[in-house]
Design a binder for this molecule. Sequence first.
Ligand code: AHR
Length: 317
Amino acid sequence: TEENEPQIVRGEAPEFEDGLIQIGLIQTGKESDWRDANTEDYLNTFVEERGYNLIYVDGNSSPDRQIKAMYDLIQQKVDYIIVQPIVETGWDDAIEKANQSGIPVIVADRQIKVDESKYVTWIGSDFHEEGKKAIKWLENYLTENGRSKDPLNIVVLEGTEGATAAIGRAEGIAEGIAAHDNWKVVASECANFTQGEGQSVMEEILGKTDADKIDVIISENDNMIFGAMKALEQAGASYGPNGRIIMISFDALGEAFQKMMAGKLHASIECNPLLAGNVEQVIMDLEAGIAVDKKYYTRESVYDYTNAAQYIDERVY
Ligand code: AHR
C-alpha cells in the first residue's frame, strides 16, 4: 500500500547563490539506533556538495548542553539552527535570543514548549497517534485470539521524561488502557530510550513482579525492548509470538524486523528518523521566499510479526 512505501528523503542538490549555507544542528545524544539513523541522515544531507556547512552539536543527553549550544550557534552567526530537543521545556530565553539575532529556528523530531511564533516550523512524528496505534494493534490481536475479555497485566517502559516522544506515546497508551476495565498497568518505569536501561529497569521490575504475572510489555522504543528481552531471558521468561508475553515497541528499526521474524517481538509502531530531507525542503523554501507550514508530520506505518518478512527488504534504517 502507499502507506508502506518508504518516504523519499532527498531530492536533487539545491542551488544557493551566495556560498555555503551555515547550518547549526543541535542533536539529543546517542540514546538509540533510531537516533544514529537520524544523525546519519542529517550528516548525509547537509554536505558541502549540496551547498551547506553543517555544525553538528551532540547534546550528550543533557538539556543544559543543548541550550548552551543554541547560544554558541547564535554567536557563530549561523544561517539556520535546527534543534532536536531532548525535552520540551527550558527553551524560552535561548529561542528569544535566536529571534532577536534574526536566526530562524527549525524544530525537528520532539517539540519545544514556546509560542509557535518563535520558531519557523516543526517537523516530526505524531507521537500521541503512535501510542494509540500500539493500543489499536493490541486490541485487534486480542480480539483475533479470543482474548479481549481476559484480564491483562501490562508493563510500560517509558522514554525520557519531558520528551515529546515519551509524553505523546504515554498519553496514547494511557488513554487506550483506561478504556479497558480488564487491563491493569502493573509497572510503568522510565528507561530513557536506551537499551542498557531497558535491561536494568526490566530486571528491577522482574525483581518485584513475577514474569508469569506479566501479559504485555509496551516499550516506548525498540532499543528498550531489546534490553528488556535480555532481562526476560535471564529470568527464563517466555515472550514474543513464539512465547507468552505480548511484546510491543516503537520505531520499527531493522533489528525490530529481525526480532519480529524470529518470533520475539509482536509489533513495532514506526517512527521515521529520516527527517533531514524535509528539513532541507523547508530551508530551500525559506531561501526562495516561499511560506512554510508550522507543522509537518511524517508518514508512518505499523508492522508486526505477520508482515515483517514482507517489508524487511525495503527498510532503510
Ligand atoms: O524522539 C524519537 C525517539 O527518540 C525514538 O523513538 C527513540 O528511539 C529516540 O531515541
